[in-house]
Design a protein around this ligand. Structure first.
Ligand code: PGA
Length: 244
C-alpha cells in the first residue's frame, strides 16, 4: 500500500437523471459517513451537479465535474467553465478522459490548456491518460503514456503538478502497476523526485468491489477512478472501504 492518501472517485459518465443522481448520492453518503482515511469524490453529469452538491454539503464526499472548458465565460455555446462548476460546489474536475480524447477528439495540447485553466481557476484535477488496445499491442504503450503525461502536464510547477491526480485507464489489469511505475518515472523526469513521490495515480480499469483490495495493496496504485461500479452506492462504498 502506498503512503499517499487513497483517492477514490466515481465517474458517473452520461448516466442518471437528477432524481437518480440525488438518491445515489444520498445512499453513498449514508454508507461512507465515517470514512476519513480515503479521499472520496463523485462526478455526476452537469445537469445533476447542483442537486448532488446540495446532498453532499457537509459530508466528506467531494463534488467533481467530468470536464471543464478553457474560458471563464463568453460566447462558447454548450461549454461550462471552472468558475461555473465552483459556483455549484465542485472542487474537482476530470480532464482528458479517454472518451473525450477518442470520441470527442480532444488533443494533448487542448487538454493541457484545459488542465492549466482549471488549476489556475482553483479547481483540482484528475487528469486521465491511457493507451488504446492497438497501441498496447503495437508496443507503443510507454511512448503514448509518456507523450500524454509530458504534454498534459507541460508548463506546471512541481508543486502544482504534485497536486494533480493522474488517472491511468489501462487495457490489461494485470499490468496496471507497471504502467503506474512508468508514469511516476515520467513525472520524476519532468518535476523531480519529491513531486513524483507526492503525486497520486489512480487506476481506472473497470475496478470492482472484488478486485479493489488487491489493487490498492500495490505500492504505486493510489486509488481509483470508477465508472460502472460507481453507479450503485453499495458497490462504490465497498471499493472505498477496501482502501481504508
Ligand atoms: P469503468 O470506467 O470503471 O466502467 O471501466 C472507468 C472510467 O472510464 O472512468
Amino acid at each position: 500500500m502506498s503512503t499517499r492518501k487513497p483517492f477514490v472517485a466515481g465517474n458517473w459518465k452520461m448516466n442518471n437523471f437528477v432524481a437518480d443522481a440525488v438518491s445515489l448520492a444520498e445512499g453513498l453518503k449514508a454508507l461512507v459517513s465515517g470514512v476519513d482515511t480515503v479521499d472520496i469524490a463523485v462526478c455526476p453529469t452537469y445537469t445533476s451537479l447542483y442537486a448532488v452538491g446540495k446532498v453532499l454539503a457537509g459530508s466528506t464526499i467531494q463534488l467533481g465535474a467530468q470536464d471543464a472548458y478553457v474560458k471563464a465565460s463568453g460566447a462558447y455555446t454548450g461549454e461550462i467553465s471552472p468558475q461555473m462548476l465552483q459556483d455549484v460546489g465542485c472542487t474537482w474536475t476530470i480532464i482528458g478522459h479517454s472518451e473525450r480524447r477518442h470520441i470527442l477528439g480532444e488533443s494533448d495540447e487542448f487538454l493541457n490548456e484545459k488542465l492549466r485553466f482549471a488549476l489556475a481557476s482553483g479547481l483540482k484535477v484528475m487528469f486521465c491518460i491511457g493507451e488504446l488496445l492497438e497501441e498496447r499491442k503495437g508496443g507503443t504503450m510507454e511512448a503514448v503514456l509518456e507523450r500524454q503525461t509530458t504534454k498534459g502536464l507541460d508548463g506546471l510547477s512541481a508543486d502544482v503538478a504534485a497536486g494533480v491526480v493522474i488517472a491511468y485507464e489501462p487495457v490489461w489489469a494485470d499490468q496496471a502497476e507497471d504502467a503506474h511505475i512508468f508514469v511516476r518515472g515520467v513525472v520524476e523526469k519532468m518535476f523531480g523526485k519529491d513531486c513524483a513521490d507526492r503525486v497520486r495515480i489512480q487506476y481506472g480499469g473497470s475496478v470492482k468491489a472484488d478486485n479493489a483490495a488487491e489493487l490498492i495493496a500495490r505500492e504505486h496504485i493510489d486509488g481509483f477512478l470508477v465508472g460502472g461500479a460507481a453507479l450503485k452506492a453499495d458497490s462504490f462504498a465497498a471499493i472505498i472501504n477496501a482502501c481504508k
